[in-house]
Design a protein around this ligand. Structure first.
Ligand SMILES: [Zn+2]
Length: 350
């Protein structure tokens, strides 16, 4: 029986043979397949229509039914589409280990209207409360990423006031949730950030990410070593910079990068956004062997997208990351203490 990931690959391959508007329709359906909450095979077994699923109209439904009726082996996906989990698969995996998702206390990457997100800060906090989280980190883009509406030091201060207000309201309605002050600081290819060190010092956590020169094919180890050694960064966001069916991401001497992160006690992220899933499982296994800390962030741009966390939880479980290496499993005070400790340690070395 074809799984949703098999169907995604067939849809992506079909897109390559189509012309006109169908190219986009099949490409969109391929991406959406990773978000379908149930396996297509289960829907069919229950005589349900596939048009319940995101991006599936009658035409694509007919095509999928045809593939299932005459099963042929889907080709191995090319690297640009390989090693992505579907939400249906992730949930099946997590259901086998209910103790694992229960350890999760929060989400450490999301965007709001302060940069390119579509939800307000209060809406993201509500979504976190609904999921019974203990904390979320607000990581809007920093000023260097103009295309995503990055914010400068002054706006970051103004955001602090709004976070304080939201936290005050939460302490009355849902006292279990805290909104942490963070940022997704843009790193240049030399691993340097674009914000003043003083303003980074005022945050609970700093996530640093590369958003430029992501199509280089030469080894990028030096760039990664510089980023993990950046004294103002505690978490390296979406490390490879890969995007499903769009960009392969960078390469590096990963064992060296993970070993250096472990030495400095820094975390590398699993960006759980379905198109990213970065780190992926193959790299997570290397991280596990080096004892590197892992951070889970959905990169949500809207409240409902907090559900993407299941993709990261499942990837970490499949890669057998020990629970004590996942920073989102720490209570909020311990998480803050870790960030401060990492900060002090790398500052002293500067
Ligand atoms: Zn980013």
């Amino acid at each position: 029986m074809l799984s949703n990931t098999d169907i995604a690959e067939l849809l992506a391959q079909q897109a390559e043979t189509e012309t006109g508007i169908r190219v986009r329709a099949f490409r969109r359906a391929a991406r959406s397949a990773f978000l379908w909450p149930e396996e297509v095979s289960d829907l069919l077994a229950q005589n349900r229509s596939l048009t319940e699923l995101r991006s599936i109209g009658p035409f694509i439904e007919k095509q999928i039914r045809q593939w299932i009726a005459e099963p042929r082996r889907s080709k191995t996906p090319p690297e640009i589409r390989r090693d992505f989990l579907s939400l249906a698969e992730a949930r099946r995996l997590l259901a086998t280990r209910p103790d694992w998702p229960r350890k999760l206390r929060g989400d450490l990457q999301m965007h709001t209207r302060w940069s390119d997100g579509s939800g307000t800060l209060a809406e993201m906090a509500d979504a976190a409360a609904t999921r019974s989280y203990e904390y979320i980190a607000i990581t809007d883009h920093s000023k260097g990423l103009k295309i995503a509406g990055g914010i400068d030091e002054v706006e970051l201060e103004r955001q602090a006031a709004e976070i304080a207000k939201v936290n005050a309201a939460l302490s009355k309605s849902t006292p279990h949730v805290t909104v942490l002050r963070s940022i997704e600081m843009n790193l240049n290819p030399r691993g340097e950030g674009d914000m003043s060190p003083e303003s980074m010092q005022s945050l609970d956590l700093v996530l640093g990410s590369f958003h430029s020169a992501l199509r280089k094919t030469e080894d990028q180890t030096d760039r990664y070593l510089a980023a993990v050694r950046n004294p103002h960064v505690q978490i390296l966001g979406h490390p490879r910079g890969r995007i499903y069916n769009f960009r392969l991401g960078l390469t590096a001497d990963w064992p060296r990068v993970f070993a250096e992160a472990a030495r400095l006690d820094k975390a590398l992220e699993i960006d759980c956004y379905p198109d990213r899933q970065d780190l992926n499982i193959a790299l997570l296994k290397i991280a596990r062997d080096h004892g590197t800390r892992i951070s889970l962030g959905t990169d949500a741009h809207h409240g409902w997208q907090l559900e993407f966390i299941d993709l990261g939880l499942a990837a970490a479980l499949r890669a057998k990351i020990p629970a004590d290496r996942i920073i989102n499993f720490m209570p909020v005070l311990e998480l803050k203490a870790w960030a401060n400790c990492v900060r002090d340690r790398t500052m002293r070395k500067e």
